[in-house]
Structure formats: structure tokens, C-alpha cells
Ligand binder design. Sequence first.
Ligand SMILES: NC(=O)c1ccc[n+]([C@@H]2O[C@H](COP(=O)([O-])OP(=O)(O)OC[C@H]3O[C@@H](n4cnc5c(N)ncnc54)[C@H](O)[C@@H]3O)[C@@H](O)[C@H]2O)c1
Ligand SMILES: N[C@H](C(=O)O)[C@H](O)COP(=O)(O)O
Length: 332
Amino acid sequence: MQTLPRIVITAGEPAGIGIDLCVMLAGQALPCHLVVIADQDVLESRAQALQLPLQIQRYVPENWPSHLGQHQLTVLHQPCPAEVIAGQLDTRNGAYVLQTLERAINGCMQGEFDAMVTAPVHKGVINDAGVAFTGHTEFLAEHTHTPQVVMMLVGGELRVALATTHLPLAEVSQAITQDSLETTIRILHHDLINKFGIRSPRILVTGLNPHAGEGGHLGMEEITTITPVLEKLRAEGMLLKGPLPADTLFTQHNLAQGDCVLAMYHDQGLPVLKHASFGEGVNVTLGLPMIRTSVDHGTALDLAGKGNIEIGSLLSAIQLAITLATHSKQSS
Ligand SMILES: NC(=O)c1ccc[n+]([C@@H]2O[C@H](COP(=O)([O-])OP(=O)(O)OC[C@H]3O[C@@H](n4cnc5c(N)ncnc54)[C@H](O)[C@@H]3O)[C@@H](O)[C@H]2O)c1
Ligand SMILES: N[C@H](C(=O)O)[C@H](O)COP(=O)(O)O
């Protein structure tokens, strides 16, 4: 008999909508076993604020109930040190957020969980708490000892991967070297085949500069870095198009010729994807020795504890995690 995947969810920043989403999740039937790592009291008081029914059962590793959507939620209790007020960040809870991530990562690496789905964290408050933190993606790479990973967002018909992640714009050009770009494309190519079932992935690669550098008149990175890498990997048989001007790459005509876009930096690729599918998209980390997906939105502090939020992205992230975990079990 096929066993259901065991999905662990980290509830993210406790003052944000991650808690609300986990409360809402209790009302959704899903084809998986599911455990949420969060402070149980915070979940209960948010459920009260939202006037939603919630019955919590503590997580017992040997006994995973199915997630039937009858307002029951299995919770791995991680206490928040400071009182949580919806919408108000508190640096005293920064370490708690990271502890939930560490617990989920350890569980995935040791086979306790099949996949990890993350609700949004607030990068700023973690840094204000004194811990350098740029995002889940980098944290996961560090904590699984993976030298390089790739952030890809999937939404509607689009897949957009990034050559750099959470980096000040002034540092982007230097961060894209021939080596880093080659590794990014290899990871992307490998995971599109092995995780997404695309036999011969066609990857559309943006330039870095306006109009892909205009033959060197508007920047040299296309000539010195991107083109040599694409030529090397094309010689191995990879289907790579580019470097293409990013402003027109996202036209329907061009997108129809690829399975995935590789953008050079965060705000070159993600605004297009979020315009097309915000609230339904999924962020997936490629190249990890475990499965991790996430929502496409942030902590939305303005909406926490008030109701009227969309759960679509979390459901899509869980669905993708289930698909990837099932595929991984079948192929192992
Ligand atoms: N996966 C993650 O952990 C993740 C992703 C993106 C941003 N963030 C972090 O979140 C924080 C806030 O970021 P931001 O303000 O740029 O983006 P945001 O996504 O939190 O908010 C942008 C807008 O979208 C709305 N919104 C977001 N999610 C919604 C939902 N589920 N339903 C309805 N409306 C929703 C918000 O109210 C706001 O108006 C930052 O610290 C950022 O780094 C985390
Ligand atoms: N870059 C993501 C986005 O804009 O949706 C977000 O910041 C989350 O990134 P991590 O998964 O690395 O936290």
C-alpha cells in the first residue's frame, strides 16, 4: 500500500500571516500526513482572533494521523519566548523562527519527514535580533552543507529560476562568475529532468544588462561571462537560449519556446512571475539533498490576525511538496 508523504510545515514569523495560514490549513483535507512546527498557544489565540475552529493534537513521531481537514492540526510545539501580537515584530522571537527551521531541516535530513514547506519569515527582524539571515534558501544551503542551490518560483505556466538570490543589486554583477553560472544551470537542468519530469529542458537565459548588453555597449557581462558558459553547456547537448534581453523575454512568443527562464537576479525575474500568479505560486529550492517548497508571498503583517487572506500559495506549495516527495519515493 502506498503510504502518504509526511510533510512538515514551519509557521514562519509568529506575528505574520504564517500562523493564520496554519490555522486555516486545519480546515483543508490533504492527501498527506502533516505536522506544523509552531507555538501551540500562538496558534490557538490566533484561531480565536480569526474565529476559526481549531483542535490541536501534539505530534507523536510514531503516530502520524492523516490530515482530514476536520479542524484538527498536528503540532510540534516550539515555544515562543516573547508574547506574540499579530502584526507586531519582536526581535525576542527571532531565534524561535530559526529553531523551527532547524528542527524541520534535521527531520528531513534524518528521514523523519519527506518534505518541508515554509510559511513566510521576516528577514529584517531576524537580522535585528542579531543573526545574519538573508532567506530560507541560503539558510537551507548552509544547514545541509550544500555549496550552491537554486531558487526557482513556479506559478501558472511559468517557471523562473535565479542566478543570484538575496543580494544587494550592487553586488550582483560580481557574484555571477562563469563557475557560479555553470553550476546554477547544471542544478537547474538536472532538477527539471529529475524532479519535474521534463526530458530535455529548454532554458531561456536572460542577459544582465539592458538589451543584453547591446553588443558590449551597455555592459560586458553577456560577452565575458554568460555567453561562454552557454556555449560550453550547449556543446554538451543542453538546450539553452540566450543571453536574451530580459524586457522582451517574457513575451508569450518567447516563453512558448522554453520550459524555464533563468534570470540573473531577484527583481529581474520575480516581478513577472508574481504579476502572473501572486497568491498561487510556489518557491522551490533546487539542488538540496531534501525537498523544500514555500509560499510566494511574505509575512503580510498588515493582514495578520484580521482574516481575509489567501491560502492558495500555501496549498500549491504543499501540493508540489507532495508530488515531489511521491516521485522521490517511487524512484528510490
Ligand atoms: N517565503 C518567505 O519567507 C518570504 C517571501 C517573500 C517575502 N518575505 C518577507 O516578508 C516580509 C514582507 O515582505 P513584503 O511586504 O515585500 O511582501 P508581502 O508578500 O508580505 O506583502 C505584499 C502585499 O501582498 C499582501 N499579501 C501577501 N500575502 C498575502 C496573502 N496570502 N493573502 C492576501 N494578501 C497577501 C500584503 O498584505 C501586501 O499588501 C519581508 O521581510 C520579506 O523578506 C518572506
Ligand atoms: N525571494 C522570495 C520571494 O520573493 O518570494 C522570498 O524572499 C523568500 O525567499 P526564501 O525562500 O529564500 O526565504
